[in-house]
Design a protein around this ligand. Structure first.
Ligand SMILES: [Zn+2]
Length: 297
């Protein structure tokens, strides 16, 4: 790889050299090499007709069945722990399943499938959405360009009782990176407290709304999440979880009507080129791996 990119490098700008290297790196990876990878998948809605759905119920069932067979599907916390300390070569890639926003279809269509396959997923909910705050419901409707329906607190309680993890996805689903310090603190702390009040247990995981490093997640967001008492935090970055990743900035790969073939390619790393491009764009404003501005793991 280094030789090929060096040969291309002469006379090219830094950007072009980076792009060339990324494209060369995007050749399909072998499944055997994927065994040591740790991937966190991000779903939103699971619905038969929603245009913005991550999967139809049929697709979702197919995904979970395939994951159960070909990957080691573990709770997010375990994936994070493995990324920090694993030295052996496992038989299968490690995969965690997560959901953002808090749509009621997660309860109706996703939960039964997860239970059928014994998969412990993480559900990050926007508490103002579940509270039916009209401003938040309207924001979600505009974001998804169609009517949206939130989980009820009862449904979220059942999801939690079924052994799933529940985490915060803020109160109002705004870009946390644009908030002044007091508002950022409130989004992280109040959503945590509201979830704890409803579920009666400590909540210590968060998914940052929109989640793109540098645009929606900065070193300040992560420092504030740590201060608020969170132990894991997830973003949207198209690559696997690596040893240097901060536990409050775990990359996730979004799923959107993926065939099994594409899901497999994402897990194997064929699309990591997108993640490299994202990290390249975020450079300067933010170091995804933690640069001293972010607290230690
Ligand atoms: Zn969201």
């Amino acid at each position: 790889m280094a030789d090929r990119t060096t040969a291309l490098g002469g006379g090219l700008s830094r950007e072009r050299r980076y792009l060339a290297k990324s494209i060369l790196g995007s050749v399909p990876r072998s499944w055997r090499r994927a065994r040591s990878r740790i991937i966190v998948l991000c779903y939103h809605s699971v619905h038969p007709t929603n245009a913005f759905a991550s999967a139809t119920p049929g697709q979702f069932e197919e995904h979970m069945r395939w994951l159960r067979e070909h990957c080691d599907v573990v709770p997010l916390r375990e994936a994070v722990e493995r990324s920090a300390g694993r030295r052996d070569t496992p038989a299968k890639p490690t995969v965690s399943v997560t959901f953002d926003d808090g749509y009621d279809d997660n309860f109706i269509h996703a939960l039964p499938v997860l239970m059928q396959y014994g998969i412990k997923a993480s559900f990050y909910v926007t508490t103002g959405f579940v509270d039916r705050d009209p401003t938040v419901v309207d924001r979600m409707r505009r974001l998804r360009e169609m009517p949206v329906s939130a989980l009820s607190w009862e449904q979220l309680g059942e999801i939690y009782q079924a052994g799933m993890e529940v985490g915060s996805h803020s109160i109002t689903h705004v870009n946390l990176a644009e908030l002044e310090p007091g508002a950022l603190r409130a989004e992280l702390r109040d959503s945590k407290r509201v979830l704890e009040d409803h579920l009666g247990e400590e909540i210590d995981s968060v998914a940052y709304p929109f989640g793109i490093p540098g645009r929606h997640v900065t070193a300040r967001t992560i420092a504030e999440a740590l201060d608020a008492g969170y132990r894991t935090g997830t973003s949207i970055l198209y690559r696997d979880v690596r040893r240097h990743d901060h536990a409050l900035n775990i990359p996730r790969i979004a799923v959107k009507n993926n065939t099994i073939q594409l899901l497999k390619a994402k897990i194997a790393g064929s699309l990591d080129v997108i993640g490299r491009w994202q990290e390249f764009r975020a450079r300067g404003t933010f170091s995804v791996g933690g640069d001293g501005a972010a607290p230690p793991r």
